[in-house]
Design a protein around this ligand. Sequence first.
Ligand SMILES: [Zn+2]
Length: 427
Amino acid sequence: MKKSSILVILLLFLVCAIFAQDLTYPKEVITKLTSKGFKGRGYVGKGDHIAAEYLRNEMEKTGVKPVGKDYYQKFNVSVNTFPGTMKVKINGESLVPGVDYLAEAGSPGVSGTFEIVQITRKDLGNRRILRSVLEKAKDAFLLVDNTDKTGESADQSKQLQEMVEAIKFSTEIDVRGVIVYSSDKLTWDAAPSLNPRPVLLVKKTLDLSKTTIIDIKIENEFIRKYETQNVVGMIEGSVKKDSFLVVTAHYDHLGMMGKDVFFPGANDNASGVAMMLTLAKYYSTNKPRYTMLFIALGAEELGILGAQAFVTHPPVELKKMCFLINLDLAGTGDEGIKVVNGSVYQEKFDLLSRLNKENNLLPKVDIRGAACISDHCLFYQKGVPCFYIYTLGGIAAYHDLDDKAETLPLTAFDNYSKLLIKFFDSF
Ligand SMILES: [Zn+2]
């Protein structure tokens, strides 16, 4: 090899080394949080406690000090769980939980063999047909064939979808259970309350002309008072000890549906927690001017309940929070980031955008107005200036079994963390 080509190779190697992301730590955090032992960070088998303990230990190792005596801020929630059997057979054929079907998060348990009575989505709009079908389905499972949406105007579509929701949840309707048969992606949720009847979302292809019988056993446990927690730590500032820059990320996810199926929640929100810990690691060796507060929030999926607990009994004064960034869905970034509250705090948004351009970090920093869709909202309502940032592009997995560590690209993770550091350091 010529000397010059060796030089070129060396140079290339150097360039790669400079631009390569060191994702060892965030990957380790995400792999851990999404592993089977963490049970989807929900309430079956105390997955939330397992995750909280891991985060407390990570904070401790990193040199993040507790706020309060042991990092934990405890609070109670109500939650519906599925700790036991999940068996569904339609016409004698078994359905795979999580893949072929989901039980609506608020479903009560049910056991037995039931007749299936069918109605099409279109017929939901016909009172006469609906009444007679409901009459027949009193002791049966009502299957709503939600597959055919052709020819619907936007208005009709909205009305029919409202009808589907009413069939699922209304207390005025008397059927034993509901099956919503659809080709849509299965998307799960978490529920703090119990629905009036079991509801299944079924995606497996069925021959509806022969679909008449369901064999079902679903065991639920509704827990009225379950103690969960936020995990709160800080790194003291060198100058403004009594003013806080805050990072929040919810660590809870949807937990388990039965004994075998757990929802890993890699992008939602092991990724945001990994970003928070990455920032904590950075500030443990690069002392911040302001005190950095790191809040791993619980029970977001149940209705931002960890954030509610925090702002109701804040362990530090909310008015001392100079700015808060809530991190959720931090695992892609192929198309940049979206900044909720960007137009509310326009000056700060412009700063973030400028820092991004100057340092050539992310493909786009996109603006959005206020939106009460995650934990930041409750801080915002209490007057804490804040952004909620999520990454754009990449995978579409969300609240399903595909949201896993192996396929989470972390495309822009490193540059995203650099941008956040530059932003916080500008205070
Ligand atoms: Zn989330």
